[in-house]
Design a protein around this ligand. Structure first.
Ligand code: MRU
Length: 347
């Protein structure tokens, strides 16, 4: 199952807002539809929205070819895609990478070659994500020495990436190696990525999963039903602070209180090497109706004030390790992340 596929000049997205009830695909034949899909969370998860935006730029480039002012128009499309969601840095990373590829050409002379190069770059971003997740899964599985149960939050699975997933990739690999026996999945209010997507993904693969509401996580830990936590990330700062789905911070605090390791699984494309700490991460705020309704049914009084941040920041001192495609980073994270940055720069 792939959340994103590219073929015949069209980006096909598995509509994640319809899961688990129906499997519906969205055919995006222009970049505006891709931008809309990212905004609506039809495609979601940091690596998946990065890859989707890359293909969005290919669609945009094809649309403006031969109409003049190629470079200015391409930059405007890139800006529109950037504006879709502010927190996951993979979105900006993928767009910057695509623009850097485009900048090697002179559009007025080489439009066809430029568009071909953009398409190849988007395909490379997608394929690399799948490969990187395979490596994250292998490194992550090494962390689990004896069979145990783990807790996860939101969905950092195949749906949130191009393939395999980050946190769920690790879980899948550790389960295959008989090191994980059960997964407790937080439902993840308000949009229920845990209940709708993680439970669905794990069930389909026969991995034992127990669904809990977010406010049950503390009691599950207190009763020693889980021995580790593993989540994904949307952006990691130079000091190791981690932005991820709202509720992750609470889980990390609970894990600390109960002496349970709290792991983050994320590719290097989720690190923001330009920001010192989580203080610098823009947290997306979404519409109140995501909180005042449940499954389309209103559950709160009309006109009630709502606060709906889509993400939170977990401070680095609550993180036991960050599993990347280059291995597991440990505290002091600022030094480990600097070494990672140097390694990336040297590649
Ligand atoms: O709002 P979402 O569903 O896009 O949030 C997704 C998450 O928070 C994931 O944990 C994160 O993007 C990592 S996905 C590998």
């Amino acid at each position: 199952m792939r959340s994103i596929t590219w073929g015949d000049g069209c980006l096909t997205l598995l509509d994640q807002t319809k899961l688990p009830h129906s499997i519906v695909y969205i055919e995006c034949a222009d970049y505006r539809r891709v931008a809309e899909a990212i905004r609506r969370l039809e495609v979601r998860g940091a690596p998946a929205i990065g890859a989707a935006a890359a293909f969005g730029l290919v669609l945009g480039a094809k649309e403006i070819a031969g109409t003049g002012g190629f470079w200015e128009k391409l930059l405007a499309i890139a800006e529109e895609l950037r504006q879709t969601r502010p927190t996951a840095v993979n979105l900006f990373w993928a767009i910057d990478r695509m623009l850097s590829t485009a900048s090697r050409f002179r559009p007025e002379r080489d439009e066809v070659a430029l568009i071909h190069a953009l398409e190849q770059e988007a395909l490379a971003i997608a394929e690399e994500d799948a490969a990187v997740n395979g490596r994250i899964s292998a490194y992550g599985a090494e962390l689990f020495e004896k069979p145990m149960a783990v807790l996860t939050h939101c969905n950092a699975g195949a749906l949130a990436t191009v393939a395999f997933g980050t946190a769920l990739g690790v879980i899948r690999e550790a389960w295959r190696q008989q090191k994980i026996v059960r997964v407790y999945a937080d439902e993840t209010r308000p949009l229920l990525q845990g209940a709708r997507l993680t439970a669905w993904e794990l069930q389909r693969e026969g991995i034992p999963v127990t669904l809990i509401t977010d406010n049950m996580a503390g009691w599950v830990m207190k009763r020693k039903l889980v021995q580790a936590v593993i989540v994904g990330a949307d952006r990691i700062a130079l000091n190791g602070d981690v932005a991820n789905k709202i509720g992750t911070y609470s889980v990390a605090v609970l894990a600390k209180e109960h002496g349970i390791p709290f792991y983050v699984a994320a590719p290097v494309s989720t690190f923001d090497f330009t920001i010192a700490s989580g203080e610098d991460i823009t947290i997306e705020e979404r519409k109140p109706d995501e909180v005042t309704t449940l499954g389309g049914v209103r559950i709160a009084p009309q006109d009630v004030e709502v606060f709906n941040p889509a993400f939170d920041v977990t401070p680095h001192y609550l993180v036991s390790g960050v599993i990347t495609e280059h291995g597991v980073l440990r505290a002091p994270f600022d030094q480990a992340i600097k070494r990672l940055q140097v390694k990336k720069g040297g590649e």
